[in-house]
Design a protein around this ligand. Structure first.
Ligand SMILES: [Zn+2]
Ligand SMILES: [Zn+2]
Ligand SMILES: [Zn+2]
Length: 168
């Protein structure tokens, strides 16, 4: 498993499983749609999945080039575009970074809980919110175009470590 222990997430879990799951979903989705999960696309997805902290395009570029991929910006951006359009990753606009999606097989908008402290991002699924936002906006004759909702705060783990107080 390629888990990085310093990149642990909001809650303790087997992150290797997250990565494995994401890659196998990606493979079956691509097969289903007759698309190719090329080496660079697959590796980009894997790198984005290294943690639940979104990864910036520049960081991704640096990692891929370290590994000897053709990491010319267009290659990397095309890979990102592919992953985005396949629904395998989301862009977290406020962080200008990319997050792996754990339920890529179900088309959805991105709703994110972003921890101010550890920068981990949790995706939550709340279609009702989206519909009522669309309705509210429509009351003002406004047509909503945003694809994501990004909320900031403190994750469970960071709350716990704050409650523990400073260790002396
Ligand atoms: Zn995980
Ligand atoms: Zn998602
Ligand atoms: Zn946190």
């Amino acid at each position: 498993m390629t888990e990085q222990s310093n990149d642990t997430t909001h809650s303790s879990h087997n992150h290797g499983q997250c990565i494995e799951q994401a890659l196998s979903t990606a493979e079956s989705l691509c097969a289903e749609h007759g698309q190719r999960l090329t080496k660079v696309r697959r590796r980009a997805l894997e790198l984005i999945w290294q943690s639940h902290r979104p990864l910036g395009a520049y960081q991704l570029l640096a990692k891929l080039s370290e590994e000897g991929f053709n990491s010319a910006p267009p290659t990397v951006y095309r890979a990102l575009e592919f992953l985005l359009s396949a629904g395998l990753i989301h862009k977290v606009e406020s962080m200008n970074a990319y997050l792996g999606c754990s339920h890529a097989d179900k088309p959805h908008k991105g709703y994110f809980l972003i921890c101010d402290e550890c920068q981990n991002v949790m995706e939550f699924d709340y279609q009702d919110i989206h519909q009522s936002l669309i309705n509210k906006a429509a009351e003002h004759g406004f047509q909503l175009r945003s694809e994501t909702i990004e909320l900031t705060g403190l994750c469970q783990r960071c709350q716990n470590s704050q409650n523990e107080g400073p260790r002396t």
